[in-house]
Design a protein around this ligand. Sequence first.
Ligand code: HPA
Ligand code: ZN
Length: 321
Amino acid sequence: MTDEDLVSLPKAELHVHIEGTLEPELMFDLAARNGVELPFGDVEAVKRAYRFTDLQSFLDIYYQGAAVLRTRDDFAELMAAYLRRAAADGVVHAEIFFDPQTHTHRGIGFETFMGGFRDAMEDARRNLGITSQLILCFLRHLPPEDAVATIEAAADHLEGVVAVGLDSSEVGFPPELFVGAYDRARRLGLRAVAHAGEEGPPHYIWRALDDLGVERVDHGVRCLEDPQLVERLRRERIPLTVCPLSNVALKVVDRLEDHPLPKMVDAGLFVTINSDDPAYFGGYVGDNYAAVAKTFGWDLTRMAELAANSLEASFQARSGA
Ligand code: HPA
Ligand code: ZN
């Protein structure tokens, strides 16, 4: 099996943060264009800073990087670069996270970033044949009232948005804090996902399912610590958006060889493979497929099942409840 065989599998990417696709080269271009000062001398210095010890050590740098994004064209350029790269990996459909609070808190309005995203998404649909939708994420380290205010402010800008999600620092910020924002989102017709069980304990996954009503769990790798939870996820066929190279980069696991993915598959869980923040973690979705196939010795049939899972787990394929 070659990397080209893996590329040829039609797949969906369901766990990628658009701000996490900002490559250092584009970061420098935008910083120069917008007169933003970066705490790094050059592209090599940026790459050297990408040595993370945990989720928080990454987030500190990730939010800093996003500060170079200012204009509608900046957001369009970021999205266009991701969609080009994803299409080259055989992605036919992407459901893409964005963090509105990261931008609104800097005084950038919804019409600026949503307009830029949509320009590039429409262009990629026409020219590359890749479809995409957006998932609006609440930053869980900010107050729950801020999440409610964010969904209220987003209400007039929801074209292209399929769902809400929950990201940023997990431990200490459990899902149930965000019931109000999720209820509001549901009334606006949006679906729901949440990051849970990346660094946080299995009971955060229960709360995401029961209190937030999520239809997919992002990461979810710690579910294996709770057999009853595994049974529920299996029985209800809840998709888990697993990000293997991210989990190594953020030290959720020491090495890919130690990743629970084979156990998750053996337990009958509905897993998909995704990149998370590819510019920061050293690999797009194709790199994640290739690394998984090589590390676990999985053949093309097994990899095709994982690709098929991603299409089936997409909101495009799953009609609303
Ligand atoms: N976890 C939580 N928040 C994030 C991540 C992640 O992996 N990537 C970007 N924001
Ligand atoms: Zn993520």
